[in-house]
Design a protein around this ligand. Structure first.
Ligand SMILES: NC(=O)c1ccc[n+]([C@@H]2O[C@H](COP(=O)([O-])OP(=O)(O)OC[C@H]3O[C@@H](n4cnc5c(N)ncnc54)[C@H](OP(=O)(O)O)[C@@H]3O)[C@@H](O)[C@H]2O)c1
Length: 258
């Protein structure tokens, strides 16, 4: 696996799965354009990226929930030659679908599907002119089987997966592949927030909630972000040249369907 000479734009690249993916791809030689809202975190993460193969790393600040900020990001991305795009952001708030406010669907749709779409459209003109293109979307195993208590998320994840499959159909002819990585429970800031919210609601300890989550995974543990990042780095690499339009769960076998 070698990404030398390639440039990867990594959205949501300062935490959890995004940060681990930026590290994994830089270790394979890619130059990284890191994107998130927080400049301090961006600078800190850039300092963790490998530069031993003369990689050049940059960052761009953007908030995907703000249309103006997203448009400004797209104007900047348009000027770069990007070989690999990782679409990724923070997860939606949890809660049963029966209680969901219609606004939550719209906000989540904007932050996930519309953000992916605008960013992809911004990088495509240059990507189509290059001999190489990889678009990878971080979604969730709820694409295959809805997760209880994540009503808005389940709904929007399905839309993102359908968007991605349609993109894969249209972009294969340009040697651009589009694939989705579906993390299971992964040890990131996002998961810790979910644990804390559940603990507050139920009075259960965080340790017990974690144990309960591990008990439904055949491998009996939660993933480390780098285990998801390694799958992303593989899909980004030349070794994955004929893998297109798939949903790849990285969940220790938790998803109950084939
Ligand atoms: N962790 C899990 O167990 C798990 C399981 C299934 C699916 N997923 C999904 O995988 C994705 C990544 O999850 P994660 O656990 O790695 O999340 P995380 O640790 O919370 O990291 C999220 C990243 O996205 C950035 N971000 C958040 N909101 C943003 C916004 N509005 N605009 C731009 N950037 C934003 C954050 O940086 P800034 O704060 O600097 O903006 C951070 O870099 C999410 O969609 C999540 O739902 C996670």
């Amino acid at each position: 696996m070698n990404l030398s000479g390639k440039t990867a734009a990594v959205a949501g690249g300062t935490g959890g799965i995004g940060m681990a993916s930026a590290i994994a791809m830089s270790n394979l030689g890619a130059s990284i354009i890191l994107i998130s809202r927080n400049e301090e975190k961006l600078k800190r993460t850039i300092s963790l990226l490998d530069t031993s193969k003369n990689q050049q790393h940059h960052y761009l600040i953007a908030d995907f929930s703000q249309s103006d900020s997203l448009d400004k990001l797209c104007e900047s991305l348009d000027k770069h030659n990007i070989d690999i795009l990782l679409n990724n952001t923070g997860g939606p708030a949890g809660g049963p679908i029966t209680n969901a406010n219609p606004e939550e669907f719209i906000n989540t749709f904007n932050q996930h599907l519309i953000a992916n779409h605008k960013i992809t459209q911004a990088v495509l003109p240059n990507m189509k002119n290059r001999p190489y293109g990889r678009i990878i979307n971080v979604i969730s195993t709820s694409v295959k089987a809805p997760l209880n208590g994540l009503g808005v998320s389940n709904t929007i994840r399905g839309a993102v997966a359908n968007w991605a499959k349609t993109m894969a159909n249209e972009l294969g002819q340009f040697n651009i592949t589009v694939n989705n990585v579906l993390p299971g429970a992964t040890n990131t800031g996002r998961l810790n927030e979910i644990f804390e919210a559940k603990s507050k609601k139920t009075g259960q300890s965080i340790a017990d909630i974690k144990k309960g989550m591990e008990s439904i995974v055949p491998m009996n543990r939660i993933a480390e972000p780098k285990e998801v990042a390694n799958a992303i780095a593989f899909l980004a690499s030349p070794l994955a040249s004929y893998i297109n339009g798939i949903n790849l769960p990285v969940d220790g076998g938790r998803t109950p369907c084939l």
